[in-house]
Design a protein. Structure first.
Length: 556
């Protein structure tokens, strides 16, 4: 059938719905004017005829098929959610398309349209009501590829493979457009080791946990609601806490917020930074200090977030509620702060213990945070990918020997580290829980003072007072009288019975177990008593500071 002349009345024959005889040029980006490609509508000379007398569904179906051929429009993964414009040009931002004013300019740049009604030409603009309806119509949207995310840094898929440049479809939740460079996988660990050698880790476990934190960032879309918080502590200021977080983040974004004693400002800041920077990999609660009357740092919001696989994020003044896959890690850095038991139970602890004056030290690799990492971040990330590749080649074995509440994460990360010969993963977990939890530390100090002795709660309360531990162990409401202190001590000890504690004294290292019994000890009737039984005891060797002197000499 002969096509109508768009410049004359169309009265002779019915107008065909669509006239697309060839696809647009394969690479419009080759036709540039300034910084941006020339619109396809100026290159292709085919015309789409929109018949306003035709059934809307048929118009939507045909036009969706025509528009989808441009290749830079995708449908959102939510049913009826509209379109996403994702350009291959790195300097053109991604845009959502849900209304007529969003879709109209995109059509004008891509398709020549002629609207026909009653056999006559009625201009070149599809009515706005149809444009809005199409953005929510399955008849129209079904022609576009579904898209869950647009990323500039590679993410791992469920089979631990890396994306190719462009569109990748690995199933629901993993349909992405990758706009970055081809991922590099390195067999070396030279850059990674050079960085770690300059950091003052308290134990080999802290070094292993730092590698674990970096691997977790690479696999951050795994283990939703079952990943730990990265907790970096230090004995003194400027020890390198933020440097550890920067290393773990690699090439991903870190967004920092401040901690507040009241929880709602923390939630508002958290939601705000994710709304402003949805590509964030780590939300850093930076330089946390104890404020107010609480003896420890706590946040009900962050505790809830860490265990929610798909949290609803909302805070007043940050826009409407949004449900988001839990692919963002939380990190804490603190010198003098002590985290709550709930947060420490979900922690990946890393402790730094520098010797001497930190500001006088000279690093062999230059400034680790501001010089070495920016220069070598890509290579370090490539070496971490190499660790994952070796684990995958070994059959992806799990490490079931390490205990942590995030069990699947522990088995996976532990397996990667074990295949690559890294030992000590989470060996400091119990130690840091005791050191960084004021209640557990207080109980451990009681055990160090009176090990292996069955005592009533009232006697333990008196010992706590002698050691200056009443504020740590007994709630304020139970400190008024001897009877209330006994009751308060009983509540605390009962809540921690059969737990183990590790404490370092001046002379030895003790591992203690808090035991509970109700029986006739030395009285006529049964009574409740507690004891801290010594499970392990090791002497601390003498030190003539030769090791410290060697470390200082090496650093200078």
């Amino acid at each position: 059938m002969k096509q109508p002349d768009p410049d004359t009345d169309l009265t002779s024959d019915p107008v065909p719905l669509v006239n697309v005889t060839r696809d647009p040029p394969q690479s419009p980006a080759q036709h540039k004017f300034g910084d941006y490609p020339v619109p396809t509508a100026l290159i292709a000379d085919d015309v789409f005829y929109w018949d306003d007398d035709q059934i809307a569904a048929l118009n939507y179906d045909a036009f969706g098929k025509c528009l989808a051929k441009t290749g830079d429009l995708y449908r959102e993964s939510v049913y009826g959610g509209g379109l996403l414009f994702v350009s291959a040009e790195p300097n053109i931002p991604t845009r959502t398309v849900r209304k007529a004013h969003d879709l109209a300019p995109l059509i004008a740049d891509r398709v020549r349209v002629r609207v026909v009604k009653g056999g006559k030409s009625h201009g070149s603009r599809i009515p706005a009501s149809h444009l809005t309806d199409m953005c929510a119509s399955e008849v129209f949207l079904r022609h576009f590829k579904p898209l869950d995310a647009v990323i500039s840094e590679p993410m791992y898929f469920a089979d631990y493979s890396l994306p190719q440049h462009g569109y990748n479809d690995k199933g629901f939740g993993c349909r992405i457009v990758y706009r970055g460079e081809p991922p590099i996988v390195s067999e070396s660990t030279e850059r990674l080791s050079a960085f770690l050698d300059q950091m003052d880790f308290a134990t080999p476990a802290d070094r292993a946990n730092t590698i674990a934190a970096a691997l977790t960032v690479l696999l951050r879309n795994f283990f939703c609601g079952a990943k730990p918080a990265i907790v970096v502590t230090a004995d003194k200021s400027h020890a390198g806490k933020d440097t550890i977080v920067a290393f773990a983040a690699g090439c991903q974004r870190v967004s920092a917020i401040s901690h507040q004693a009241t929880d709602w400002p923390v939630e508002r800041s958290f939601v705000g930074v994710l709304n402003a920077h949805p590509e964030t990999a780590i939300v850093l609660v930076d330089n946390v200090r104890i404020t107010g009357r609480s003896p420890f740092i706590a946040s009900a919001f962050l505790e809830r977030y860490l265990t929610d696989p798909e949290p609803v994020l909302f805070a007043t003044g940050t826009g409407p509620p949004k449900r988001r896959k839990n692919d963002v890690l939380v990190a804490f850095t603190t010198n003098s702060g002590t985290l709550s038991e709930d947060l420490m139970n979900r922690a990946l602890p890393i402790h730094l213990a520098p010797v001497g004056n930190v500001t006088d030290r000279i690093s062999k690799i230059g400034n680790p945070k501001h010089e070495y990492l920016p220069a070598h971040n890509k290579q370090i990330v490539a070496e971490l990918r190499g660790m994952i590749a070796r684990w995958k080649a070994a059959g992806m074995p799990f490490d079931k020997s390490v205990r942590h509440p995030c069990s699947q994460w522990t088995a996976t990360i532990g397996g990667i580290l074990a295949v690559n010969g890294v030992s000590g993963f989470l060996n400091n977990y119990a130690t840091r829980k005791t050191a960084d939890d004021p209640t557990r530390q207080g109980i451990a100090l009681l055990g160090a003072a009176r090990p292996d002795i069955w005592l009533r709660p009232g006697v333990w309360a008196q010992i706590a007072a002698d050691l200056g531990l009443t504020g740590r162990l007994i709630a304020p409401a139970d400190r008024e009288t001897e009877t209330s202190r006994e009751r308060g001590m009983g509540v605390v000890l009962s809540a921690h019975k059969m737990e183990t504690f590790r404490i370092v004294t001046d002379d030895e290292i003790l591992v203690l177990c808090l035991e509970w019994a109700r029986r006739r000890f030395d009285s006529a009737k049964p009574e409740v008593r507690y004891r801290l039984r010594v499970l392990e005891r090791s002497q601390i060797p003498e030190c003539n500071h030769a090791d410290d002197d060697a470390r200082l000499a090496a650093s200078s």
